[in-house]
Design a protein around this ligand. Structure first.
Ligand SMILES: Cc1ncc(COP(=O)(O)O)c(C=O)c1O
Length: 366
């Protein structure tokens, strides 16, 4: 029997029911654990390689992604861990030219210094031949421009050239798309965004069905130490239970916001993959299980974005996305390669009518 998303999210990673025990066991705060004086270390010897709270969260994420998951301290810890654990001097990595900019900055700094070349490819393509490429990292939908790529098609071309395929699943979440089912070798993601969704935790993960890669990443994480703490792992697991509900409202709000913005002549460059007519629409519909709550558009100037955010009562000026509160970020202020008036708006779980009324009034005021 196959359960629906709500059922899967609420039960993911929970232990079998046991009388007197909680549904989700509380966080285990431990650096060392007691050892058997005679036999020495079993699995639970030390908190860096192993923690039961983190293991439960990993079981949950792994169930949702369809592989085995390893939790990291942040999305960047997971992504840079994958890159450093898989590429060597002389290798080339293909990265999205329009994806999360810190990954590009890492490649163009640390990886370049290690002798690794970077090939930048726009998410919407065209994709080059991957001859000589060791790892192809896709980010779909891409943050912040929201272009989408055909994971199965790019993975086929990359695999034919002998490359490993990773997909950053941050924006979609595993309920939005399952890259491992679409022939990706590994998923990387920031769990800081919609996965945990309450703007109170930094988290990252790697998920794969490839046992060699899992072993390599497990060793990498144990030796480099980029683990989330037990309390953060527990908070993340607790938050996962409502992922289906949160995504549903965020997506419904994004749908309404996109339609509002599409009707306004003072807004340009509107992107939302769920909007018929959006360049990503057909591919997103075919590949994704649901469309995320992130919308992007251009208000023409930094001053106009500031006026909108000052006038709005419900839209917080904040970076990041995927949380329960609606927020908006003018990406150029962080050095992202976007126009000064480009906004990434992340829809929260407020009532749709309230959000639309607030945004309409704020746009009119600005
Ligand atoms: C698509 C994407 N990947 C990775 C990251 C990095 O995640 P974290 O901030 O958890 O390190 C982000 C952060 O914004 C992101 O948007």
């Amino acid at each position: 029997m196959t359960y629906g998303d709500g059922t899967r999210a609420v039960h993911a990673g929970l232990p079998a029911p046991e009388p007197g025990q909680p549904f989700l066991p509380g966080p285990v705060f431990a650096a060392p654990y007691h050892l058997d004086p005679e036999t020495g270390p079993a699995r639970d010897g030390y908190g860096r390689p192993d923690n039961p709270t983190r293991r439960a969260l990993e079981a949950a994420i792994g169930e949702l992604e369809g592989g085995a998951a390893l939790a990291f301290a942040s999305g960047q810890a997971a992504i840079t861990g994958l890159l450093l654990a898989t590429v060597r001097a002389g290798d080339t990595v293909a990265l999205p030219s329009d994806g999360y900019f810190t990954v590009r900055a890492f490649a163009e700094g640390t990886l370049r210094d290690l002798g690794v070349r970077t090939l930048l490819v726009p998410t919407a393509g065209p994709y080059p031949a991957f001859d000589g490429v060791r790892l192809v990292l896709l980010e779909t939908p891409a943050n912040p421009g929201l272009d989408v790529c055909d994971i199965r098609a790019v993975a086929a071309a990359a695999h034919a050239a002998g490359a490993l395929v990773a997909v950053d699943n941050t924006t979609a979440t595993p309920l939005g798309q399952r890259p491992l089912d679409l022939a990706a070798d590994v998923v990387v993601a920031s769990g800081t965004k919609a996965l945990t969704g309450h703007s109170d935790v930094l988290l990252g993960y790697v998920a794969t069905a490839d046992e060699d890669l899992l072993a390599r990443m497990t060793t990498w994480r144990s030796q480099t130490g980029g683990i989330p703490g037990a309390f953060d792992a527990w908070l993340a697991h607790r938050s996962l239970a409502t992922l289906d509900l949160r995504l549903a409202r965020q997506s419904a709000n994004a749908d309404a916001v996109a339609r509002l913005l599409a009707d306004r002549t003072d807004v340009t460059g509107l992107r939302w993959p769920g909007l018929p007519g959006d360049p990503s629409y057909a591919l997103a519909r075919a590949q994704m299980r649901r469309i995320p709550g992130v919308v992007s558009f251009d208000l023409g100037s930094a001053a106009r974005v500031a006026r909108l955010l000052t006038a709005s009562r419900l839209v917080f000026a904040a970076t990041s996305f995927g949380g329960v509160h609606t927020s908006a970020d003018r990406r150029a202020q962080w050095g992202d390669d976007t126009t000064p008036g480009f906004v990434r708006l992340s829809c929260g779980i407020e009532d749709t009518a309230d959000l639309i009324a607030d945004l309409t009034a704020a746009l009119d005021a600005g």
